[in-house]
Design a protein around this ligand. Structure first.
Ligand code: CAA
Ligand code: NAP
Length: 248
């Protein structure tokens, strides 16, 4: 896979780090984007940890909720690293609250960061993929976009919307060598899940037949499979990875 450039948004987060590591191991040239630097307090430590693992991963600032910021970042990456062959839309946030308590700001932040982000980042990358006749796009959705979740009207709506985008753009891309797929992870042990109150999380884990939270590497290996050159016949799919918590 040497030479192919893989861009991972939220690539310094819990799942994003593991995706970046896995794609690096598979021989891709990995680039990650993170939120503007003032919101990435741990970025220097993250870079040092990767360097200690022998991985030099360029990090570009891009606010995924902002189209101009994404377009500018893609422009810089394509100029400095090379055309993007693989895009993993992994950045995301939660602002959990019951609908009764949810503010307009909590709604908008989640829709902007988890759903509009997919348009903001994919559109500038997709144009080049169309020209070159090759691309692999993976959108990281969620079990809660599949089944809904108490306290997550904003997040469930955004994550369900991601797969609508996947299915539409998969149809536009397939004759041009571009695949677009969704992965819907269940509860994975990252900072995002650690924010759930302990008592609530205990009840959630009790609903997972596998009896545990998932691990980021269990998501990363499926990303690596989907973005492989030989996976060109898989498109528009939504792959559940949830320890049996939601089977349909
Ligand atoms: N179903 C039905 N009723 C529920 C419920 C559920 N799942 N959860 C709570 N309730 C009930 C409670 O029993 C309580 O009832 P009473 O008023 O009769 O006592 C009422 O709803 C209020 O519950 P809370 O005290 O929990 O309400 P709160 O306002 O303090 O908190 C909440 C609400 C913030 C949504 C909290 O329940 C919570 O954090 N839930 C977890 C939501 C969740 O799963 N988030 C996932 C984050 S990680 C992620 O998103 C990654 C991913 O993709 C998987
Ligand atoms: P995480 O560790 O909190 O990582 C989220 C990443 O998104 C962070 O790197 C964060 O960057 C980035 N981000 C947030 N807002 C951004 C913005 N406006 N612009 C650019 N980057 C932004 O959480 P995670 O668990 O790895 O989640 C990764 C993805 O998987 C998310 O889309 C999440 O919804 C999804 N997912 C997670 C789970 C789970 O259980 N953990 C389950 C299903 C789906 P900063 O750190 O710089 O803010």
């Amino acid at each position: 896979m040497s030479g192919k450039v893989a861009l991972v948004t939220g690539g310094a987060g819990g799942i994003g780090t593991e995706i970046s590591r896995k794609l690096m191991q598979e021989g891709y040239r990995v680039v990650v984007t993170c939120a503007p630097v003032f919101e990435c307090p741990n970025l220097d430590a993250w870079k040092q940890e990767r360097q200690a693992e022998g991985m030099d991963i360029p990090v570009y600032e891009a606010d995924v909720s902002d189209f101009a910021s994404c377009a500018a970042a893609v422009g810089r990456i394509e100029k400095e690293v090379g055309p993007v062959d693989i895009l993993v839309n992994c950045a995301g946030i939660t602002r959990d609250a019951t609908l009764k308590r949810m503010t307009e700001q909590q709604w908008n932040e989640v829709i902007d960061t988890n759903l509009n982000s997919v348009f903001n980042m994919t559109k500038p990358v997709f144009m080049g993929m169309l020209e070159r006749g090759y691309g692999r796009i993976v959108n990281i959705s969620s079990i809660n976009g599949r089944k809904g979740q108490f306290g997550q009207a904003n997040y469930s709506a955004a994550k369900a919307g991601m797969h609508g985008f996947t299915m539409a753009v998969a149809q536009e891309g397939v004759s041009k060598g571009i695949t677009v797929n969704t992965i819907s992870p269940g509860y994975i042990g990252t900072d995002m899940v650690k924010k759930i109150p302990e008592e609530v999380l205990k009840k959630i884990v009790a609903q997972i037949p596998a009896g545990r939270l998932g691990r980021p590497d269990e998501i990363a290996r499926v990303v690596a499979f989907l973005v492989h050159e030989d996976s060109g016949f898989i498109t528009g799919a939504n792959i559940d990875i949830n320890g049996g918590q939601f089977i349909h």
